[in-house]
Design a protein around this ligand. Structure first.
Ligand code: DAT
Ligand code: MG
Length: 166
């Protein structure tokens, strides 16, 4: 069964110009990218994404990190990789959460670091299981932004205010 996984290139990955290297590593998996966009991470999105860690001592720094406040670059590249065993394949390639413990040829092992204030700058996020992937994908993407149908969706009509080209 094909499955999706959410992948984020975090602000440290973008600031260090690692996007190309990380995408090349991820292409080893032969998975398909079914959605991709740059996101300016709001406080609300950051807190919802990491809500399972809200009682941890590093939570406030983690929120600043994912919002880009530690890198003067408020953006993240959000993508969905899709295919057989996608979750495990990407986790494997990403490496352990702690970049010091990550396999040295994993993405986090190669590019991650722990800052002097204890933040794990580990360059990439990858969902850990099907349930988490579903929660995270629904948080970061709308159905129309994904080129395959992953989860049930409904069409609603309402008045929208959106920008168009002037
Ligand atoms: P992962 O990102 O490997 O799924 P997680 O979901 O447990 O790990 O934690 C989310 C992020 O929080 C992780 O990428 C880096 C940060 N983090 C986790 N444990 C930490 C710790 N002990 N000290 C500092 N940051 C930590
Ligand atoms: Mg996690």
């Amino acid at each position: 069964m094909k499955e999706p996984t959410l992948v984020l290139i975090k602000p440290d990955g973008l600031v260090k110009s690692l996007t190309g290297n990380i995408l090349t590593r991820l292409s080893e998996t032969k998975l398909e990218i079914v959605a991709a966009k740059m996101v300016s991470v709001s406080d609300e999105l950051a807190r919802e994404h990491y809500k399972h860690l809200k009682d941890k001592p590093f939570y406030d720094e983690l929120i600043k990190y994912i919002k880009g406040e530690l890198h003067a670059r408020r953006k993240v590249l959000a993508m969905i990789y899709y295919g057989e065993g996608a979750i495990e394949k990407v986790r494997q390639l990403a490496g352990a959460t702690n970049p010091e413990e990550a396999d040295s040829i994993s993405i986090r092992g190669q590019y991650g670091r722990i800052t002097t204030s204890g933040v794990y700058e580990n360059a990439i996020h990858a969902s850990t299981n099907l349930k988490e992937a579903k929660r995270e994908i629904k948080l970061w993407f709308k159905p129309d932004e994904i080129i395959v149908d992953l989860y049930p969706a409904k069409t609603i009509s309402h008045e929208v205010r959106e920008k168009e080209w002037a």
